[in-house]
Design a binder for this molecule. Structure first.
Ligand SMILES: *Cc1c(COP(=O)(O)O)cnc(C)c1O
Length: 393
């Protein structure tokens, strides 16, 4: 599957109308990603983890396509509620919930929660009595970019006790969930987790507890700057096969975050300054680490950078606009000579990017535009695809 990418011509046409920096989101691409999940992992319903990218147009479209949503705060519940999404289509998958989040759940009819510790049981029993709950278990996976199993997940041997306690407290023990870690390149991590959870389901049955729901979390990878080492369709098909084999009668869910929008967004940014540091070219962009490039810090990510100049390539450094020395984005990046005003395109900028951008130093958040609503989209539909000879990492 190809990521969404503006051509040089489209980028320039948009930048003639709109001041950089700005983001361009392709809803067609998000829709394609959603359908991909449904096609290759048909056994699992989708709870889109909106923390990855809560762009209202994206949420609206996914809601219309039938997606459910994974939320973690009052703010996320309310953002969806404002778009008309009912709480019955949300799972509150933050194992530790606060008072505001419970209130928003009650106000909007959210009735499905995850937890991973005893202390959460009485909180849920008080705030949302009778709610459906899933215990989150800890799973191991050293092939994920972002580990989520240090902070989250009950030890395997405590999971059923926790569900029993939840039942006793008047909650409805529904099932088990896990998250193998974000950008997981390992199918085995899912398959091992599924085997372990199958045992827990059987043990629960023996203890007189009938579990009906399994939630396999997120973690599905997107191409990074080096490409993608796994065959995603094969990965999902094999997870689906394992689900069919081990959980023929269970209601299964997934919580994709990164996968949904990661490949659907481009950033258009401009060179606003150049420097020569001991013979090495430096280029200062109008978007930086405190903006959409925040994922370099928080998400340990490198985004493909595309320069369009001609001429010999030189190891170059790219920095953001702020007055902080940490605001350096790329080092030793092979780029042609660039000048002030040159535009640079950054692809695969859709997940864990704009959502963690700040206004540090007074720089505004980069605005977002929906590609399919731009004139360039209709041109693309009628044009032949243009060849680009840019440089990319
Ligand atoms: C962040 C998160 C997700 C999404 O994870 P991705 O790796 O982006 O797919 C899913 N479930 C929970 C509980 C999360 O916290």
């Amino acid at each position: 599957m190809k990521s969404f990418r503006l051509t040089e011509k489209e980028m320039n046409a948009m930048a003639e109308r709109i001041q950089t920096p700005f983001l361009v989101t392709s809803l067609d691409k998000v829709a394609e990603n959603y359908r991909f999940l449904r096609t290759y992992l048909p056994r699992a319903g989708v709870y889109y983890a909106i923390k990855a990218n809560p762009t209202p147009e994206v949420l609206q479209m996914l809601a219309e396509m039938g997606s459910h949503f994974d939320v973690a705060s009052a703010g996320e519940i309310e953002a969806l509620a404002e778009l008309g999404v009912d709480g019955s289509r949300m799972i509150y998958a933050n194992p530790v919930k606060d008072a505001k989040g419970f209130q928003a759940s009650v106000d909007n009819g959210v009735n499905r929660f995850t937890f991973d510790d005893e202390s959460e049981i009485s909180k849920m029993a008080d705030a949302v009595p009778g709610a459906d709950v899933l215990v989150r278990i800890q799973v191991r996976n050293n092939k994920a970019l972002v580990d989520l199993n240090t902070k989250f997940g009950a030890p395997m041997d405590e999971a059923l006790d926790l569900l029993e306690q939840a039942e006793k407290a008047g909650l409805h023990a529904k099932g088990i969930c896990f998250h193998v870690g974000s950008q997981s390149l390992s199918t085995a991590a899912y398959e091992e987790a599924l085997l372990l959870v199958r045992n827990l389901f059987d043990e629960a049955e023996a203890r007189g507890m009938h579990l009906t729901d399994l939630d396999i979390g997120g973690g599905f990878p997107i191409p990074d700057a080096d490409g993608l080492a796994v065959d995603l369709a094969a990965m999902m098909e094999s997870i689906n096969h394992q689900i069919d084999r081990l959980f023929p009668d269970t209601k299964v869910w997934m919580e994709p975050g990164r996968f949904m929008c990661g490949t659907a967004v481009n950033l258009v940014t401009s060179v606003i300054g150049t420097k020569n540091r001991g013979g090495n070219p430096w280029y200062i962009l109008d978007e930086g680490i405190y903006g959409c490039f925040s994922g370099i810090m928080y998400d340990h990510w490198t985004y493909p950078l595309h320069c369009f100049g001609k001429g010999p390539l030189k190891a170059s450094t790219f920095g953001g606009p702020s007055c902080d020395g940490i605001d350096v984005l790329y080092r030793d990046f092979m780029a042609p000579k660039l000048s002030v005003g040159d535009r640079v395109l950054v692809t695969e900028m859709g997940s864990y990017t704009s959502v963690s951008a700040s206004r540090f130093n007074g720089f505004e958040l980069a605005p977002n535009f929906i590609f399919e609503e731009q004139p360039e989209y209709s041109v693309r539909l009628s044009d032949e695809v243009e060849e680009t000879d840019d440089v990319a990492i």
